[in-house]
Design a protein around this ligand. Structure first.
Ligand code: 5AD
Ligand code: SF4
Length: 444
C-alpha cells in the first residue's frame, strides 16, 4: 500500500471532498496517513475564498517543494478551488507540483497520477453540471468517529458579487436521495452520532424522483424520521431561501438541532444590494424572528464581511446594530478581499486596509461581548450533551456539544465518547460553557 496525505484548507465542503478523494485513491492502493514525511503522495485541497487563504496555500506549497527535493519519488498535487481558479499559473508559481485537479475532477485523479511522472505534469479543471460523486462512499477519517459531514449538493448559483465560489465550484446540483441515505445508513451502522449535511446552499437542494419532489425540508424530514437517534445539523443556508417549511421541520423533530448558520454579510441595505444578496436587513430579521418563534432556544451564527466596496461608517454601524438585534452566539468575520473575475472586482475597493482592520476589530470585540452574554444566560440551565472526548487541557475533564452547538466542558473520566449526558451549566467563558454532570444521566 502507498501512503496518501491530504491537507485540507477552506470550508467544511472541502473536508467532505478530501474524504471523497481518499476513497477514490484507496481503490488505487493509497491509504491515508497522518504525517506528510511518510507520504508517497501529498494532496493539498485548496481554498480561494480570500487572498489570504491563497497566500497560506502558496506558502505551504513552498515548504512542500523542499520536501520534494529531499524525496524525488514524492508526488505533490494541488486540488480544489485554487487549482480551478489558477490552473496552469499554479504550476508556474510552485515549480515541482505534479498535478492539479478542480473540484469536479476527482474521479480523474488516478489517471492524472499515471500521466504525471518526472517532468510531465497533469491537470484537469473541467467543471461539471452533474457530478455529485454519488456512487463514492467517502472515507470518514477526518472528523473523528462521532460526528461526520455528508455532502448533499454541490456548486452555487447565487453569484454574490464578492464571491469566487460559483466560478470555482460551478453550478448547483443535488445528490440523489438514495445515495445520501446509503451513506447515512453506513455512518449509523459504524456508530456515528451526529451528521452535518453540507452544501454551498442546502436550501436549494432539489431532486425529482418518480413519485416525489424532494426539497431540503423533505430530505431533512426523511432522515430525521428514519434515524431518530442521530443528531442532524446542516450548513450553509442562504437567508433568501430559508423557508417556513424548513423552520417548521427543524422545530418538529427533536433530533434536528436547534442551531443554524445564517450568513448575513452586512446589516446595511446598500451593501446587501451591492453584494447581490437579494434580501434586505428587514427581510433577514423577519427570518430570524420566524426561527425564534418556532424554536425559542435556537442559536444563530453568521458570516460578516467588513469593508466591502463603498462601505461607509453608517453602513458599518448598521452591521453593528444587526449583530445586536440578531444576537448571534458566534460570527465568522472577514475583511473584504477582492477576487478577480467576480462582479465586485469591477467596483472600486475603496475602503482602506486600515479602516477595514478597525471595523473588523470593532465587530470582533462586539461578538466577544455577545458570545459572553449568550453563554451567561445558560448558567443554571441543564443541557443534553453529546460527549465527544477528553478536554485538551485536562484528562480529568471531558467535553461535548449541546444541541445549540455550544461546547461544554465538565469533570468526568469514564464516559464513553458518543454517549449523551445531562450537564448543568455553572460557569462560562466567551467560547465554552463549564458544567457539572448530573448523576445518573450517562445514557439518555
Ligand atoms: N472577501 C471576504 N470574505 C468573503 N467571503 C466570501 N467571499 C469573500 C471575499 N471576497 C466570506 C463570506 C462567506 C464566507 C464563507 O466567506 O462571509 O459567507
Ligand atoms: Fe474556499 Fe469557497 Fe472553495 Fe470552500 S467553496 S474551498 S470556502 S473557495
Amino acid at each position: 500500500m502507498k501512503k496518501l496525505y491530504i491537507e485540507t484548507y477552506g470550508c467544511q465542503m472541502n473536508v467532505a471532498d478530501s474524504e471523497v478523494v481518499a476513497s477514490i485513491l484507496r481503490n488505487e492502493g493509497y491509504i491515508p496517513c497522518a504525517d506528510p514525511k511518510e507520504a508517497d503522495l501529498i494532496l493539498v485541497n485548496t481554498c480561494s475564498i480570500r487572498e489570504n487563504a491563497e497566500l497560506r496555500v502558496i506558502a505551504r506549497g513552498k515548504q512542500l517543494q523542499a520536501l520534494k527535493r529531499k524525496n524525488p519519488e514524492l508526488k505533490v498535487g494541488f486540488i480544489g478551488c485554487m487549482a480551478e481558479r489558477m490552473n496552469e499559473d499554479l504550476f508556474e508559481k510552485l515549480k515541482g507540483i505534479d498535478l492539479l485537479a478542480g473540484p469536479d475532477s476527482y474521479r480523474n485523479l488516478p489517471e492524472l497520477l499515471r500521466k504525471s511522472s518526472g517532468n510531465l505534469k497533469a491537470s484537469d479543471v473541467l467543471l461539471s453540471t452533474t457530478e455529485t460523486y454519488e456512487d463514492i462512499a467517502p472515507e470518514h477519517y477526518q472528523t473523528g468517529d462521532i460526528t461526520a459531514f455528508v455532502s448533499i449538493m454541490r456548486g452555487c448559483n447565487n453569484f454574490c458579487s464578492y464571491c469566487v465560489v460559483p466560478y470555482t465550484r460551478g453550478r448547483e446540483r443535488s445528490r440523489p436521495v438514495q445515495s445520501i441515505l446509503r451513506e447515512i445508513e453506513q455512518l449509523n451502522q459504524q456508530g456515528f452520532k451526529e451528521i452535518t449535511l453540507l452544501g454551498q446552499n442546502v436550501n436549494s437542494y432539489k431532486i425529482e424522483t418518480e413519485n416525489t419532489e424532494y426539497h431540503f425540508p423533505t430530505l431533512l424530514e426523511t432522515i430525521a424520521k428514519k434515524y431518530p437517534q442521530l443528531r442532524l445539523r446542516f450548513a450553509t443556508s442562504h437567508p433568501k431561501d430559508l423557508s417556513e417549511d424548513l423552520v417548521k421541520t427543524m422545530a418538529a423533530f427533536s433530533n434536528i438541532c436547534n442551531s443554524i448558520h445564517l450568513p448575513v454579510q452586512s446589516g446595511s441595505n446598500n451593501m446587501l444590494k451591492a453584494m447581490n444578496r437579494r434580501y434586505t436587513s428587514d427581510e433577514y430579521m423577519t427570518k430570524i424572528e420566524l426561527l425564534r418563534k418556532h424554536m425559542p432556544n435556537i442559536t444563530i451564527s453568521t458570516d460578516i464581511i467588513t469593508g466591502f466596496c463603498g462601505e461607509t461608517e453608517d453602513d458599518h454601524q448598521q452591521t453593528v446594530e444587526m449583530m445586536r438585534k440578531a444576537d448571534y452566539y458566534y460570527s465568522y468575520m472577514f475583511k473584504y478581499s477582492q477576487r478577480d473575475g467576480t462582479a465586485a472586482a469591477k467596483l472600486i475597493d475603496d475602503v482602506s486596509d486600515e479602516i477595514k482592520g478597525r471595523r473588523l476589530q470593532e465587530i470582533i470585540d462586539l461578538q466577544q461581548e455577545l458570545s459572553l452574554q449568550h453563554n451567561r444566560r445558560d448558567i443554571g440551565k441543564t443541557f443534553e450533551v453529546l460527549v465527544e472526548g477528553f478536554s485538551k487541557r485536562s484528562s480529568k475533564q471531558m467535553f461535548g456539544r449541546t444541541e445549540q452547538n455550544k461546547v461544554v466542558v465538565f469533570d468526568a473520566q469514564n464516559i464513553e465518547p458518543g454517549s449523551y449526558v445531562h450537564v448543568i451549566v455553572e460557569a462560562c467563558s466567551t467560547a465554552t460553557l463549564k458544567g457539572k454532570l448530573i448523576s445518573g444521566s450517562q445514557e439518555v
